[in-house]
Design a protein around this ligand. Sequence first.
Ligand code: NAP
Length: 292
Amino acid sequence: MSKPLVVVTGKNGQLGWELLQLTLHNPKGFDFFFAGREELDLSNPASIVPFFAKHKPSYFVNCAAYTAVDKAETEQEAAYTVNAESVGLIAKQCSLINCTLITISTDYVFDGMGTEPYKTDTPTNPINYYGYTKWLGEKLALENNKKTIVIRTSWVYSEHGNNFVKTMLRLMKERPELKVVNDQIGSPTYAADLAEAILTMIESLEKSEGSFGVYHFSNTGVISWFEFATAIRNMAKLNSCSVLPQPSSAYPTPAKRPGYSVMDCTNIQTDFGVELKPWEKSLAVCLSRLAL
Ligand SMILES: NC(=O)c1ccc[n+]([C@@H]2O[C@H](COP(=O)([O-])OP(=O)(O)OC[C@H]3O[C@@H](n4cnc5c(N)ncnc54)[C@H](OP(=O)(O)O)[C@@H]3O)[C@@H](O)[C@H]2O)c1
């Protein structure tokens, strides 16, 4: 008997790569097809129908996205096509073949002015253009396929790709001092943990457990980027570099960043039994893998 096919986009990105690593040795009763830009280019919406005609997945996990947050302010059309229009079209194709769509979104759908963790039904108000395209992608995904799960995540890092952890490690080896913002508060997410959560959700859905809609996922704990950088320095024993707190006003960026981006991740635990790990533990795992 053939196994259900799980298609994953963004295979060369942080999350897609972690899903690939996780499923290489432990496919858990599914077949997987990992797509990069070459196999499915989301900047070309016309490529979506032929892709579905060829692959016919039971689960479509969309980890691909236009993620250049600052560039999105000026490259609006490119961000819109990849993050919104194409996601809506993918959802439409999913609905035609009874496929579950899991698409990843962001804490940037909120305005960053909150003072307590955002719930999945807290009103959205995207903080920048990237956030707006991701918000629209959520809406189109949910409207066009009733079997859609949106997972909002934040501060994603991994041993693969470009991210804050790897940038800090590189700069801390090069410089005697680093200034890092201390007035933006959130929760880091180790992409390997999110990849594991996605697999857990797919396994539950296959057993007709869990439900569709919006979920939040991050590691547990609430910190500033300054605290995160300090922990990276201490765990990696790069003590020759001093980490100094700075206000965001010292680092103007084209796209606005949220002051507060903590999300309430209760639903994903109760509905799917997904385990949330403390950020310190996951950071230690990532650093140990980077050191291998
Ligand atoms: N990184 C974060 O801090 C963060 C925070 C919140 C939410 N998220 C969301 O989490 C998800 C995963 O993010 P990530 O950190 O894994 O992102 P990432 O490392 O930037 O990877 C994004 C992937 O999307 C692919 N992609 C971009 N444009 C494409 C296109 N036109 N067609 C096909 N593929 C395309 C990229 O391909 P190439 O490798 O060829 O460029 C890359 O592999 C995304 O939905 C993102 O919006 C991320």
